[in-house]
Every structure is written in C-alpha cells, then in structure tokens.
Design a protein around this ligand. Structure first.
Ligand code: ZN
Ligand code: ZN
Length: 351
C-alpha cells in the first residue's frame, strides 16, 4: 500500500465517522506533503515524523505502509467502517441499494474542504453513477458563494472532470439561496443552464409563518427549482466534526401542508438531508410530505469526501417514514433525472 493512499484512506474513514476536522486535516496535510516531496523519505519513523507536514502518528502510518504492512490505525478504522453507520431495516437497505446518485454536495469552490475532482472520484468509488455539484450562491458570502462569473468558470472545470471520469457523470448544479420573497440568488439564464437546482433558505430562518410559507411556495413553484433543500433549517445532534456541530437551531415555522402541496403539484423534490446535525425534515414532516405525494432527493450535503457515505442516515429515516424508492429521484439514472428536470416527466411517464 502506498503511504499516500493509506493517509488519504484514513482521512476519508475519519470523516465518515464524524471525527473533528482538525484530526482529518492532519492526515490530508501529511498526504499533500508527501505528494509535494521529490527527495527520498528518511529511513526511520522518527526521521519521517520530523518532516514538515508530518508528525508521530502520520509517520507511523507511512512507515508501516512503506514496509508493506497495513498500518494499525488504518486497520482499526477499516474494522469500524465494516459496520453500517445507521441501522437499516429491509426497506432501508433496499432503498440504499437502489441509490444511484446524490443531488447535493460542495467542493472547495465554496465551503467544502476538497477539490471538485476529489469529491467526484469519492462518489464514483462509493458506487454512484452520477452526482450533482451544488456549491453556494453569491449572497452566502460566509460560505464563499459563487458569483455568476465563478459559476461559469466552474462549468468548464466540471466538463473537464467528466472527460476524465466517464462513464461516471458529474452534473452541474447549485445550492441557490432562497431570498426573503422567495426569489433566487442567481441569474435565471444561468440557473436554466444547470442540470439541477437545489434551493435552500440560509437567512432569516426565524421569519413569521405567513411570509415563510409564501417564501417557500414561491421558490418551489419556480420552474427553475428542482429540489427544496433542508426545508426547516433545524440543527440537532451537536457533534464535534460536522459543520454546524455544537450549535442547535429550531425549525423554521411554515404551513407544511401548503408547501408540500406546492412541491407535489410542481414536482419539486423535497430533500431528505442526511447530515447527522440536520436530519431535515424531521420525521413528522417527512411523513406529511410522503402523504402529500412528494418526490424526494436523498442527499448528503457532503462538504468532504468521507461524508458522501452519510446517505445511510437518510435511508433509515426515509424507510421509517414509508417513502417509496420510485419517488426518490436519487434512485433514478442520470438520463431519467435530466429528463425530469427539463420536462417534469417522471421515469414511468417516458415513452
Ligand atoms: Zn444549505
Ligand atoms: Zn449544502
């Protein structure tokens, strides 16, 4: 095993189990340091540990990998990773097996931690056929939201990644802020060019129910919008390694019957956000959306490669709410998905 591969695999597995960013970064930085190095490595573990970007723990991994052994720390993590993240019943396992893609993930172009291609490769290695890159829109400056100009630049990069990773498909997209009146934080013309538009509320989450309902309904009936992201905006389960971890936030208040009816009518998918600190929508609303006949996007909202496996959490929740896999757009093929975003047609309605 190559030392760089071992270090990156450790970082990935740490992310998967929600280790702190600080711990994960130690392994990624060590991998980067080795990649940048042209000279041969020192012979002893202590010598490696003294190199810039490395330390005792990462040097131990490098030494073991170089000697042809599986590093002990990696073996420990692999053993833990053999167990599923979430307990899945038969329906949850079937849904998980049926997943082909993910409609919500971020790269280091906005507030993610990894390059576009690293995210795409990790998704492919996980068994996905396609994923949608959805970096933030301009107004979300804290998350380095992309201006129209940067998003256009990104489209060229995505095309390049697709040439390298085919037949895997990286679809173009955005997580677009829903502004106070329900309009969108990006040029219509550009949104229309993208494969998938996820629209989410990231500001004024405490708006009164009336205006919040109008805001969400306006967004989901916009023909440019395909998915309503994390609809309540709540934060639960304070955790250490996850974004927003440690903070709690109550649900936004809105008329769920009206919003989900609009989603069903306009065939905008309700996102089941799998992030452990979000678990959005909560169970009762997920049930309500299911009964309203909504489509669903089972997404990770991953900000790092190791978080792409978090769909298991969403599957457990979707199954408990009785969501049928055929209404989950992330079980569709890329062609079925694109036909739906362009024409509104469901796979079973195609000729
Ligand atoms: Zn978001
Ligand atoms: Zn997001």
């Amino acid at each position: 095993m190559e030392p760089i591969v071992a270090l990156e695999r450790i970082a990935y597995l740490l992310e998967r189990e929600q280790a702190s960013t600080y711990r994960v970064q130690a392994f990624r930085k060590a991998a980067d340091a080795l990649r940048a190095r042209t000279a041969e490595l020192p012979r002893t573990t202590a010598g490696i540990a003294a190199l810039p970007g490395l330390g005792p723990k990462t040097a131990e991994v490098v030494s073991a990998a170089r000697a042809g052994e599986v590093p002990g720390y990696l073996a420990e993590l692999e053993a833990r990773a053999a167990a599923p993240l979430a307990e899945l019943d038969a329906a949850g396992a079937a849904l998980h097996a049926a997943l082909r893609g993910d409609c919500h993930l971020h790269s280091d172009w906005s507030d993610g931690g990894s390059p576009i291609e690293t995210m795409a490769r990790a998704a492919r290695d996980l068994g996905h056929a396609w994923v949608v890159l959805t970096d933030h829109s301009p107004r979300l400056t804290v998350a380095r939201g992309l201006s129209a100009e940067r998003l256009r630049e990104q489209l060229a990069v995505v095309a390049e990644v697709n040439r390298r990773l085919a037949p895997f498909r990286l679809l173009t997209g955005i997580e677009c802020d829903i502004l106070d009146d329900g309009s969108l934080d990006q040029e219509d013309e550009l949104l229309a060019e993208l494969d998938v538009v996820v629209a989410s509320v990231h500001s004024k989450l405490r708006m009164a129910s009336g205006p919040m309902t109008r805001r969400l309904v306006n967004a989901v009936r916009n023909p440019l919008v395909d998915v309503l992201g994390h609809c309540t905006g709540r934060l639960v389960a304070p955790g250490d390694g996850v974004r927003g971890g440690g903070k709690e936030r109550p649900e936004s208040v809105f008329d769920a019957a009206e919003v989900f009816a609009a989603c069903a009518e306009h065939r905008t998918a309700v996102e089941i956000n799998s992030r452990p600190e979000r678990l959005d929508p909560p169970h009762r609303l997920l049930r309500q959306a299911e009964q309203a006949g909504c489509l669903f996007a089972l997404d990770t909202d991953a900000h790092a490669p190791g978080q792409l496996g978090w769909q298991e959490y969403g599957c457990a929740r979707a199954a408990r709410a009785g969501v049928p896999p055929r209404r989950v757009i992330t079980t569709w093929t890329a062609d079925q998905l694109l036909d739906w975003t362009r024409t509104g047609r469901l796979p079973q309605e195609r000729g």
